[in-house]
Design a protein around this ligand. Sequence first.
Ligand code: HEM
Length: 174
Amino acid sequence: MGAKQGKLKARLKGSKIAKRLKHGPPSITAAQKQILEKSWSTMRDDISQVGIITFIGFFEANPEVKHMFVSFRSVPIADLRQSSLLRAHALRVMSMVEKCVTRLDELDKIEETMKNLGQRHLKFDAVPENIDLMGPHFVQAIRKCMEADWNKETEEAWFQLFKLMTYYMKEGWK
Ligand code: HEM
């Protein structure tokens, strides 16, 4: 592990995030699982759009993190909507979401996949505090895609899935 990654791990120790991790993984109810599977099949054809909208909202609200994304950091935010590089990245991220939605009965697999992903993020210089900033943009993008089918329960189910994914990502950082 490099010195930078070592510092990131040291920062996580004793932080608010480390305390939250102690409470164990967020749980997803059977009703939430049904909602997630149904809404995933509704938005399946639009997942690249959901990913693109997530990232544009995320960068507009947090422009200081855009430089981390080597593959498209030189593309101005105004041009990102048309960027094939952002599209490719958005699809990689959404394929991780798909892996989780389709494995809600195999939590050990979600744990392993997301811990590995979190570990890879150490190399990207992302810090655990960045991770939670993405959730609201992710849920808003799904909401735009689902329109009429959206309700409070759907919103809660997606926030809960995002919490589960990021819980294990942060575990991978430790
Ligand atoms: C649930 C949230 C997230 C998911 C599912 C996710 C997923 C991914 C995936 C699948 C990749 C492709 C590379 C790989 O698989 O190793 C990636 C790359 C990356 N992620 Fe994330 N990510 C998330 C949040 C974040 C956040 C909040 C940041 C930082 C602010 C971040 C920064 C990066 C960077 C810098 C890369 C490398 C991009 C490049 O190659 O230019 N990620 N992420």
